[in-house]
Design a protein around this ligand. Structure first.
Ligand SMILES: [Zn+2]
Length: 423
């Protein structure tokens, strides 16, 4: 299991000692050495060509596939890890409790490989801005390990009750929420809600990230029309309701989202508590997922996130990007490489983060997974090494041993068939 205690954050990136990753396999089949310094990839050369200089650390990545690190575009840090306790007693949601769980959840996700996370945090209700303050505190304690961004999620933004929500949303952005979010479908005036969110986002130059099931085509069309004018970009998720619409209606909605440049973050592992899921369940879907093939065919920017991490809406949620990619590949009809792209490159783009490639000059945000090809990595993704800002920040090692067979001792396998690559 990953170490759940945060280690002391490192100093400035420039102080990070050089690191050489040796003998790593790349997705294109090459085996390479990768030299990292100052938080960036400095050089990529054939295996054995980049000897670590004095003072540089060396990590042997023989048997590992080296990939751009995943990012988590849709987390819920404030409710994470509450599924167990709510059965016994209502969650207290004190500041200390939220901060501790947000930190622990981020470390779990970091252990899976997500070096950047975007977390939706409820504001208003009884805690007002307390949950957000606690998540921002967790963000500070994680510095050097993972980058956490908070999305402020107000309850109501229209009518009499909405005035308070709007004031609090402005305070939330001033406090440090980097993204304006919310659930327009839960407001009596969804379009008014979206207009208010876009207004606050425009005032502060923030991106927008809204919850919707997308089950009402007319509402989604209005949203897409409004989203087209937001310079920092609009993200929608989880949009599982789109899957319940007649194919031609869903296809038209997808065209509108594509034309507006909206990114859809789907949640293959089963959604989150941010939206009502009755529509999809009524339509026969067991916790539906957005129609990923249809969205991709229409040219919609599609990323995938983890959603709920062991809270009431998904008590077994893992927050594992490789599992989200696995589900896209195994059930969503997406090629394995594209499925991994949805949780890495597309997720980073949705979060406004710079691109990562395993090439000189790119940020050293990397994930090494035991295995040779992306398909194998998504199938058996146990052993992982996570690199953030040029440092190894998490390492998970799995050991599997088989006992001898009853008949003749160790079973014989042809050399190539041996599970010697290990998990
Ligand atoms: Zn959500």
């Amino acid at each position: 299991m990953p170490d759940s205690q945060p280690r002391p954050p490192g100093g400035a990136m420039a102080d990070t000692p050089a690191l050489v990753l040796c003998g790593a396999r790349l997705a294109d089949g090459r085996t390479v050495d990768v030299r990292i310094g100052g938080g960036r990839i400095e050089a990529v050369g054939t295996s054995g060509s980049l000897p670590p200089g004095a003072g540089a650390a060396r990590v042997d990545l023989g048997g590992y596939l080296l990939l751009p690190a995943p990012a988590e575009p849709h987390a819920h840090s404030d409710t994470a890890l509450t599924a167990d306790r709510t059965a016994r007693s209502p969650a207290p949601y004190t500041a200390e409790d939220v901060q501790r769980r947000a930190t622990e959840a981020a470390l779990l996700q970091l252990g899976h490989g997500a070096t950047a996370l975007r977390s939706h945090v409820r504001i208003g209700d009884a805690q007002e801005l307390g949950r957000l303050a606690a998540v921002l505190q967790a963000r500070r304690s994680l510095r050097g390990l993972a980058d956490l961004t908070a999305v402020a999620v107000p309850r109501l933004l229209t009518g009499l009750a909405g005035a308070d929500g709007l004031a609090m949303l402005r305070d939330a952005v001033t406090m440090g929420a980097g993204v304006v979010g919310g659930c327009p479908d839960l407001d009596p005036d969804p379009t008014g809600y979206v207009e208010t969110v876009l207004e606050v986002a425009a005032e502060h130059g923030c991106p927008v990230d809204l919850h919707t099931e997308g089950a009402e085509p007319a509402r989604l069309a209005r949203l897409a029309a409004l989203a087209g004018g937001v310079p920092a970009g609009v993200t929608l998720g989880p949009c599982a309701g789109l899957a319940a619409l007649p194919a031609e209606v869903a296809a038209r909605a997808a065209d509108q989202l594509a034309a507006a440049g909206v990114t859809v973050v789907c949640l293959p592992q089963g959604g989150c508590g941010g939206v009502e899921r009755r529509g999809t369940e009524r339509a026969g879907g067991v916790r539906g997922v957005a129609p990923v093939r249809l969205l991709r065919a229409a040219g919609v920017r599609l990323a995938a996130g983890g959603g709920a991490l062991r809270d009431m809406s998904n008590p077994v949620g893992r927050g594992d990007p490789l599992e989200a990619a696995y589900l896209l590949a195994s059930q969503g009809g997406v090629r394995a490489a594209d499925a991994y792209g949805a949780v890495s490159g597309a997720a980073r783009a949705a979060m406004g983060l710079p691109e990562v490639r395993v090439e000189a000059g790119f940020p050293a945000e990397l994930l090494a997974v035991r295995g040779e090809r992306i398909e194998g990595v998504l199938s058996l993704a146990y052993s992982r090494i996570v690199i953030h800002r040029g440092r190894v920040v998490a390492r998970t090692s799995a050991v599997r041993e088989y006992c001898d067979s009853a008949e003749s001792g160790a079973p014989e396998l042809p050399r190539q068939g041996r599970p010697g690559a290990g998990p």
